[in-house]
Design a protein around this ligand. Structure first.
Ligand code: B12
Length: 479
C-alpha cells in the first residue's frame, strides 16, 4: 500500500503552516508513539487504505489510552469512515478524541479547531455528541438487519446449468512470469477516471475535461500527467513485472479446489469464498464466487495474477520531495497506480484472447474495457466479492509471486510496492461482480474451519463485514 491520501493531507496542512512529520507507510504503532513523544507533537494522524488497517487503528487508539497520551487522533483514508471511527476507534481513546476527516480539504479546519485553545473543548464536545448519535443509529440499523442462516443462503446459489459446458483449456498450467512489458502499450489501457478522483476532481473521463466547473483544473492536471507519462515511457522510469497462472479447478461447496493437472486427482490448493447472507427478493441468488466455477465432473479452470509497476516510483517520488516538488512527487505515484491498474486490464485481455483463449475473437479497443463489456471477471482479494485479504497468501504461494515479481505481502496483507494489483480469473460468461456484504457467526465458524483458522482469527480478518459485534473486538484492540 502506499500513501497518496496521506501525502495530499500532509501537503495541504504544510501549505497552511503546520509542521508535518511523515513517518511513511506501514509504521509500527510503537514507532509512531515514540516519535510523537520525542517530538512533542500536537496531533497524530493515521491513514488507512485497505480494511486490515482499520483494526490497526483501533489498536493504536487503545495504545494511546494505555500510554497516557492526551492529544487528538485524526483518522482518514479510503476504507475509513465516520461510523467506524465512532464505533470502533473513539471508544478506545477516552483521554482525548479520535476524529474522522473525510478529505484533505477538511483537514485544515479540523486541525485549526483542535489546536486553538479557545475552540478545542467545544469542538471535541460536539464531535463526542455526534459520535454517540452515529453509534446509536448504527446499532439500531445493525439490529434491524436480519441475515439468513448459512444453510438457507447456500440453498439459493446462482443457478448455472453446467450440462454441456465446455471452455478451452489454458495454454499452460501453473505460473508463468511475464516481463516483456512495453510501457507505451500499457499506457493505452489507463482508465483516467480514478486518476482525477485522486485529486478530488469528481467526474468521468473524458467528459470531465470539458466540465464547466472542474474542466480547467482537469485539463491542466491531464496535461501535466501526459508530460510526465511521456518521460516515464521514454526514460523507462518503471520496470513492470507480472506473474500469471492457471489451474484445473472445480467448486466444492463454497470452496474452489485447484488440482495439479488435468487428471484432477491430486488437489493442489483451495480458494475459499464467502456467500451473501442477506435476504434476497424472490428469484435473486445468494452469490458466492464458487458459484461461477463448475462442480466436479466438468473441466473448468481458474487463473491468478500479480502485476506491479515496480518499486522505482518510491525513489523517484522521494527525489521530487527532496527538491520540494510535492506536486510531482504525488503525480508520479498516481501514475504508477494507473500503470498497475492498466497492466491488470491489459493482462486480462491477453488472458482472454491468448493465454486462456475462451474469448479468442475479442476485439474491444483498450478504451472500451473500463465498462467491462467482456466475458469473465477478475475479482481481487479485498474487493467486495472477496473481502478476505488473507486469500492473497494462497494466491501468492500458488504463483510464487514474491520470487517472480518482487511484490511482498506485509503482515496486514498489503502489497509492497504499493502500485500492485492481484486477483483471480474466472471465465464463465455468467460470472459477475457483487458484494458479499455482512455475514453471520455461522458463516464465520464455517469459513474458519474450511480455512484451518481459529474462529477468532477468522473474525479478526472478517471484522469489517461481521453482522454482529464480535466478542473478540475488545481483545483485538487490546492485543
Ligand atoms: C487508487 C486505488 C488503488 C491503487 C493504489 C492504491 C494506493 N494508493 O496504494 C492500486 C491500483 C495499486 C490499488 C490496489 C489495490 N487496491 Co485499491 N483502490 C484504489 C481506489 C480506487 C482509490 C484510492 C486512492 O488512492 N484514492 C485517492 C486518495 C487521495 O484518496 P484517499 O486515500 O481516500 O485519501 C483522502 C482522504 O481519505 C483523506 N485522508 C487520507 N488519509 C488521511 C489521513 C489523515 C490523518 C487525514 C486527516 C485525512 C486523510 O484525505 C485524502 C485526500 O483527500 C480505492 C477506491 C476508492 N474509491 O477509494 C481502491 C481501494 C482502496 N482498493 C482496494 C483494494 C482491495 C485494493 C487491493 C488489495 C486489490 C488487490 N487485491 O490487488 C490492492 C492493494 C494494493 C496494495 N499495495 O496493497 C479496496 C479496499 C477495500 C478493502 N476491503 O480493504 C478499495 C476501497 C476498493 C473497493 N471498493 O473495494 N488500489
Amino acid at each position: 500500500m502506499h500513501d497518496i491520501g496521506k501525502n495530499i493531507v500532509g501537503v495541504v496542512l504544510a501549505c497552511n503552516n503546520y509542521e508535518i512529520i511523515d513517518l511513511g507507510v506501514m509504521v509500527p504503532p510503537q514507532k509512531i508513539l515514540q516519535t510523537a513523544r520525542e517530538e512533542n507533537v500536537d496531533i497524530i494522524g493515521l491513514s488507512g487504505l485497505i480494511t486490515p488497517s482499520l483494526d490497526e487503528m483501533a489498536h493504536m487508539a487503545a495504545e494511546m489510552e494505555r500510554e497516557g497520551f492526551d492529544i487528538p487522533l485524526l483518522i482518514g483514508g479510503a476504507t475509513t469512515s465516520k461510523v467506524h471511527t465512532a464505533v470502533k476507534i473513539a471508544p478506545r481513546y477516552s483521554k482525548n478524541q479520535a476524529v474522522y476527516v473525510l478529505d484533505a480539504s477538511r483537514a485544515v479546519g479540523v486541525v485549526s479547531q483542535l489546536l486553538n485553545p479557545e475552540t478545542k473543548a467545544t469542538y471535541i464536545e460536539g464531535i463526542r455528541e455526534e459520535y454517540v448519535t452515529v453509534t446509536d443509529r448504527h446499532e439500531r440499523a445493525e439490529r434491524a438487519k436480519l441475515r439468513l442462516p448459512l444453510a438457507t443462503a447456500r440453498a439459493n446459489p446462482v443457478q448455472i446449468d453446467w450440462t454441456g459446458y465446455t471452455v478451452p483449456a489454458p495454454t499452460f498450467t501453473g505460473p508463468q512470469v511475464i516481463d516483456d512489458w512495453d510501457l507505451a502499450e500499457i499506457v493505452q489501457y489507463i482508465d483516467w477516471t480514478p486518476f482525477f478522483q485522486t485529486w478530488e476532481l469528481k467526474g468521468v473521463y473524458p467528459k470531465i475535461l470539458q466540465d464547466e466547473r472542474q474542466g480547467e483544473a482537469a485539463r491542466a492536471l491531464f496535461d501535466d500527467a501526459q508530460a510526465m507519462l511521456q518521460q516515464i515511457v521514454d526514460g523507462k522510469w518503471f520496470a513492470p513485472r507480472a506473474v500469471v497462472g492457471f489451474w484445473p479447478a472445480n467448486a466444492v461447496g463454497d470452496d474452489i479446489r485447484l488440482f495439479t493437472d488435468e487428471s484432477r486427482q491430486t488437489p493442489l490448493s483451495t480458494f475459499h469464498t464467502l456467500r451473501q447472507q442477506h435476504t434476497k427478493r424472490p428469484g435473486r441468488p445468494n452469490v458466492a464466487l464458487a458459484d461461477f466455477i463448475a462442480p466436479e465432473g466438468v473441466a473448468d479452470y481458474i487463473g491468478g495474477f500479480v502485476v506491479t509497476a515496480g518499486p522505482e516510483e518510491a525513489a523517484i517520488s522521494k527525489r521530487f520531495d527532496k527538491a520540494n516538488d510535492n506536486y510531482s512527487a504525488i503525480l508520479v505515484k498516481a501514475l504508477a497506480d494507473r500503470i498497475a491498474e492498466a497492466m491488470a486490464e491489459l493482462m486480462h485481455q491477453r488472458v482472454r484472447r491468448d493465454l486462456w483463449p475462451y474469448a479468442a475473437d475479442e476485439t474491444f479497443a483498450p478504451d472500451e474495457l473500463a465498462a467491462e463489456p467482456y466475458r469473465g471477471i477478475r475479482p481481487a482479494p479485498g474487493y467486495p466479492a472477496q473481502p478476505d485479504h488473507t486469500e492473497k497468501l494462497t494466491l501468492f504461494s500458488l504463483l510464487d509471486a514474491t520470487a517472480a515479481t518482487g511484490v511482498e505481502l506485509t503482515e496486514s496483507m498489503a502489497m509492497w510496492p504499493g502500485s500492485s494489483v492481484s486477483g483471480m480469473y474466472i471465465g464463465h460468461p455468467d460470472a459477475y461482480y457483487f458484494g458479499v456484504a455482512k455475514v453471520e457467526r455461522d458463516q464465520v465458524q464455517d469459513y474458519a474451519e474450511r480455512k484451518g483458522m481459529t474462529f477468532e482469527e477468522a473474525e479478526r480478518w472478517l471484522a469489517p463485514i461481521l453482522n454482529y459485534s464480535p466478542q473478540s473486538a475488545a481483545s483485538v484492540a487490546a492485543e
